[in-house]
Ligand binder design. Structure first.
Ligand SMILES: NC(=O)C1=CN([C@@H]2O[C@H](COP(=O)(O)OP(=O)(O)OC[C@H]3O[C@@H](n4cnc5c(N)ncnc54)[C@H](OP(=O)(O)O)[C@@H]3O)[C@@H](O)[C@H]2O)C=CC1
Ligand SMILES: O=C(O)C1=N[C@H](C(=O)O)C[C@H](O)C1
Length: 233
């Protein structure tokens, strides 16, 4: 399959290696806005760039009728608009805040725990995410997905907030430390104990493999998708 990489930083380079090992041809490696000219006619685009350029990048690819896998976080206020553009152009779009198999299993575990805890008033809930110091957005896209999984099951929470909070807002602590690839925890604390679930990425390989598997999956599809469609979770 022919893949164009839009964004060629830490993630773009690892995706290049993983996709090549799986037998794909990388036809473009872009650090600029994609166009019909510089994309070189790929079957699928994989977009990992920056929050401020992701919308324009994805839009340009979809308008050229190319399916897009997007892992860039921090631009989701415009996701509905992008999903409309995918439908209008009869092509496919998949956003994943985190492409690793482990985190997608963690999302399912988080929802089960949220459902168990929804009527247990003795516990307060907090989220924590730890990432490398170069990360542009906070909280992480993964932490926002975890929060949304809790909102689905626990009507007490309506929104997240970037700090400790009480009432109907769920607090997310965002810590930036050294070169940490990505650690996410959910804590339920009472006066007498604490329940914690935690996912720790050891490196970026799981994110990259998940993005390539998603690209293989979406190639002949039309519509808007998420990673749980790919993994059947
Ligand atoms: N969903 C997931 O599983 C994961 C998501 N991410 C997210 O992916 C994104 C990228 O992460 P990462 O690779 O670590 O970031 P980097 O900062 O390492 O890479 C970003 C790349 O985008 C390039 N770029 C700058 N402007 C444009 C443009 N207009 N069009 C295309 N590319 C451009 C940069 O080029 P230059 O260097 O020249 O500025 C750089 O090569 C982040 O939002 C991050 O949160 C990260 C890991 C996993
Ligand atoms: O910027 C990163 O590095 C990561 N970003 C994603 C996020 O915001 O959740 C996924 C992963 O945690 C690494």
């Amino acid at each position: 399959m022919k893949i164009a990489l839009v964004g060629y930083g830490k993630m773009g380079k690892i995706i290049d290696e993983v996709a090549t090992k799986r037998g794909h041809d990388i036809v473009a490696r872009l650090k600029e806005t994609p166009t019909a000219g510089n994309l070189n006619n790929p079957d699928v685009v994989i977009e990992f760039s920056l929050p401020e350029v992701a919308f324009e990048n994805v839009k340009a690819c979809l308008e050229n009728k190319i399916p897009v896998i997007c892992g860039t976080t921090g631009w989701l206020d415009k996701k509905n608009e992008i999903e409309k553009i995918a439908i209008e152009n009869n092509t496919a779009f998949l956003y994943g805040s985190n492409f690793s198999l482990g985190v997608n299993l963690f999302f399912a575990l988080n929802e089960k725990l949220a459902d168990l805890m929804k009527n247990v008033n003795e516990y307060s809930c907090q989220l924590e995410e730890i990432h490398h110091i170069h990360k542009k957005d906070a909280p992480s896209g993964t932490a926002i997905s975890i929060a949304e999984g809790i909102f689905k099951h626990n009507p007490k929470f309506e929104a997240w907030k970037l700090e400790e909070t009480m009432g109907n807002q769920l607090g997310i602590f965002a810590i930036r430390e050294d070169e940490v690839p990505g650690t996410h925890s959910v804590f339920y604390r009472s006066e007498v104990d604490e329940i914690e679930i935690k996912h720790t990425a050891f490196n970026r390989d799981g994110f990259a493999l998940g993005a390539v598997v998603a690209a293989e999956w979406i190639r002949d599809k039309k519509g808007n998708f998420a990673m749980n469609d790919v993994l059947g979770l």
